[in-house]
Design a protein around this ligand. Structure first.
Ligand SMILES: C[S@@+](CC[C@H](N)C(=O)[O-])C[C@H]1O[C@@H](n2cnc3c(N)ncnc32)[C@H](O)[C@@H]1O
Length: 248
């Protein structure tokens, strides 16, 4: 299924002003934490969707902020929200693989973008990010955990990718279809172009990053499960997402 169409067709479902989808609880808060003190720092949000993360970083005091997304409908939703918020976030519709930044940034985030790109496209984007960052700038991104579709086979709420008959090593660049649920019960269609851990590490190195990334494997913790057993409980201790943070 075509990614641009998936997001153009579902932009209305994605627009949210407070945490609602599973990963708004299991991943995005940790992404924001990993960004640290963003006061006055310029931010490039790639695969920004309808602007949820850019808005949160602005609330935390971020400076100049540019969001890029493939889907015109997601960008339109982001701009409509910006008309109400006046955060001063700039949004641009563009395929990130073709994006050429005209300025440099202190921080780049990519929240569940790379699961839509093939390995070679991701490497091109890593290289672009390296060029776009100021010296000492930081790159924070989250992706589905590469093991998740192989470890969790049930195709049920609140999150799954279908990897039936697929192999961890042989099926790199294969696209797995999946769904992630909103807490209210509505599923969102998501996709995962499969990559191994090596693909992320080698991609960062070949882009020019020469330090070790900080890596956090994210799951549903017992504390989170205790807040809503019915919703979070089925994924307790499953390897859901991975967060990478690296400096230029
Ligand atoms: C799961 S959504 C996440 C959106 C946002 N980062 C968030 O956390 O709410 C993934 C986004 O990546 C965008 N995307 C996928 N492929 C892209 C590409 N080649 N260039 C730019 N954006 C892309 C989709 O349009 C979608 O909005």
């Amino acid at each position: 299924m075509d990614t641009q169409q998936v997001y153009n067709d579902n932009a209305g479902k994605w627009l949210r002003l407070e945490p609602s989808s599973l990963s708004d609880f299991t991943a995005r808060p940790l992404v924001f934490e990993a960004c640290g003190d963003v006061e006055g720092r310029s931010v490039l949000d790639i695969g920004c969707g309808e602007g949820y993360c850019a808005r949160e970083l602005k609330r935390r005091g971020a400076g100049d902020c540019l969001g890029i997304d493939l889907s015109e409908q997601m960008i339109q939703a982001a701009r409509l929200q910006e008309e109400q918020d006046h955060f001063g976030i700039e949004f641009q519709a563009c395929n990130i693989v073709e994006f050429k930044p005209a300025r440099r940034f202190d921080l780049c985030i990519a929240v569940f973008l790379f699961n839509y790109l093939r390995v070679e496209e991701m490497r091109q984007v890593f290289a672009m990010v390296y060029q776009a960052l100021e010296p000492g700038g930081e790159f924070v991104f989250s992706v589905p955990h590469p093991f998740f579709p192989f470890v969790r086979k049930q195709q049920t709420a609140p999150f799954y990718f279908s990897a039936e008959g697929k192999n961890y090593f042989a099926d790199v660049n294969e696209q797995f279809e999946g769904e992630i649920w909103k807490r209210g019960g509505e599923p969102l269609h998501v996709q995962c172009v499969h990559k191994t851990f090596s693909d992320y590490f080698e991609g960062l190195r070949s882009a020019g990053f020469s330090t070790l990334p900080q890596v956090q494997e994210l799951t549903v913790t017992p504390e989170l499960a205790a807040t809503d057993e019915a919703f979070f409980g089925p994924l307790l201790n499953e390897p859901l997402h991975v967060l990478f943070k690296i400096s230029k």
